[in-house]
Design a protein around this ligand. Structure first.
Ligand SMILES: [Zn+2]
Length: 467
């Protein structure tokens, strides 16, 4: 049954999530044994915290700012690709955090939120990249967050607390060949809590330390420690609007290209995990410009990976998310929703993230509430209504946010709602959500990722395909 031929009655018969998943996957789910083809390498791409609605908004936004659609949208429509839903609960909650989700992929077991590959009974899982390294496979982690952040960590590290990034950093030594992202603070002796010089330890072990875009683009090293920022890399909207950052910081697509080129250039099997790490941060802040530009940067990375693997029959590309976050969506505005497109288009005029906005405002000698409203006009192109400005003013001065939803009873939540009055974007809160996330897969054995895929089963597929 093709999707185009499904009538309303069929939809009603199918009903519920299981029915929707059957449609997504094309009705019958082949077992792992039926999936076809030898896999030499897997590229596992994660848009962290990407709720399903982000895909549609990114597609529309891409047409506005780039006059073309997104690569993921195109992939979903490609008959050669497989579609599914990632089930992503953790051991202790319907709502996972990134460390439990990544540990499920990396360690094969659902664990409690907050831990990295430590099971609820205290025992440890062996992360997938440690397994693969013992077998002589090559490995890579690429992210726009700190390289020691929860999602990359779940593939290679074990620690009781995901925030112990200084403990995670040395665990990558000899396990991960290619490391690219932010997080210098967890390697540098000047910044580490124990003053240990992790940089020298890595370089002595043969890693090339790379700290800027130009060096990365020229590098031919087989072992790379690419650290392009102390903490996370800047939001894409901030990078795009700062010539200094454009010069220094590689894009996610450039890091992905460098890593994949290296892995394809060797005969060994490989696993490369690529994360758009800050889509999640944009969602936590109810910051639509922060979120959507990072989603486009992630899409560029996907486009590059698909371009580099096109025509090959031995590379499996999987693209998904670890969990939803704040479930942003475009609400119809105006009579007959005729204001909707105009409202949404306002996002294209926003030139900074909330993170940078609040940072700049906090450092300004005149950080008055009035000045924040003026900065919102200048940087986000939105003139707050007098009532909104007054509410923002009172929430900044009296620390009272008049809002019944506890989720929104904070500055980002309030500002997100105010911006929504102008852009049409609504948010469920500032937290992760339980929604399943999209999976697209293409290449040999892609059929394994159709239907509903429990996140911890991904680990078994990795092992069966690369072990
Ligand atoms: Zn998050």
């Amino acid at each position: 049954m093709s999707e185009a031929k499904i009538g309303r009655r069929d939809w009603m018969k199918l009903g519920g999530l299981g029915g929707a998943a059957a449609l997504l996957s094309g009705c019958s789910k082949p077992t792992a044994g039926e999936a076809k083809g030898e896999v030499r390498g897997i590229v596992f791409m994660v848009s962290d915290g990407m709720s399903t609605g982000v895909l549609t908004m990114a597609e529309n936004f891409s047409h506005i700012v780039r006059k073309k659609g997104t690569r993921w949208w195109e992939l979903i429509n490609d008959p050669a690709s497989v579609r599914g839903l990632m089930e992503n609960s953790s051991a202790n909650s319907y709502v996972t955090d990134s460390s439990a989700a990544s540990s499920a992929w990396g360690g094969g077991v659902k664990i409690n939120n907050g831990a990295v590959n430590i099971r609820p009974d205290g025992s440890k899982s062996t992360p997938i990249l440690r397994h693969l390294k013992k077998l002589g496979r090559r490995t890579g982690l690429v992210t726009t967050a700190t390289i020691t952040h929860a999602t990359p960590a779940g593939f290679a590290a074990v620690t009781a607390n995901r925030d112990d990034e200084h403990i995670i950093a040395p665990q990558y030594l000899g396990v991960v060949d290619l490391l690219m992202g932010g997080g210098m603070n967890f390697f540098s002796p000047q910044k580490r809590v124990d003053s240990r010089d992790a940089l020298t330890i890595f370089t002595k072990a043969g890693y090339e330390l790379i700290e800027d875009r130009d060096t990365l683009l020229k590098s031919k090293s087989d072992k790379v420690l690419g650290l392009f920022s102390g903490s996370h890399l800047p939001f894409e909207v901030d990078r795009l609007n700062d010539p200094e950052l454009i010069k220094k910081i590689p894009t996610l697509a450039e890091m992905s290209e460098g890593a994949l080129k290296n892995l394809l250039g060797h005969p060994e099997k490989f696993l490369l995990q690529i994360e758009g790490g800050r889509i999640d941060h944009g969602a936590h802040s109810n910051d639509i410009a922060g979120l959507i530009w990072d989603q486009l940067a992630f899409d560029d990375a996907l486009a590059k990976v698909l371009e580099m693997t096109a025509g090959r029959d031995d590379i499996l590309v999987i693209v998904t998310s670890d969990h939803g976050n704040a479930n942003p969506g475009l609400n119809g505005t105006g009579k007959n929703y005729d204001e909707t497109n105009k409202s949404f288009s306002k996002i294209a005029k926003m030139t900074c993230s909330y993170e940078k906005l609040f940072d700049d405002w906090g450092r300004s000698s005149e950080n008055t509430p009035e000045n924040l409203a003026a900065m919102i006009k200048e940087k986000l192109g939105i003139l707050l209504k007098p009532k909104e400005a007054a509410e923002l003013h009172s929430s900044l001065t009296a620390e009272v946010v008049s809002e019944w939803s506890e989720q929104h009873r904070n500055l980002p939540g309030l500002l997100g709602q105010m911006m929504g009055n102008h852009t049409g974007i609504g948010w469920t809160g500032i937290s992760h959500t339980s929604d399943p996330t999209m999976i697209s897969a293409i290449g040999p054995q892609a059929e394994r990722f159709s239907g509903i895929v429990p996140n911890h089963e991904v680990h078994r597929h990795f092992l069966e395909l690369l072990g």
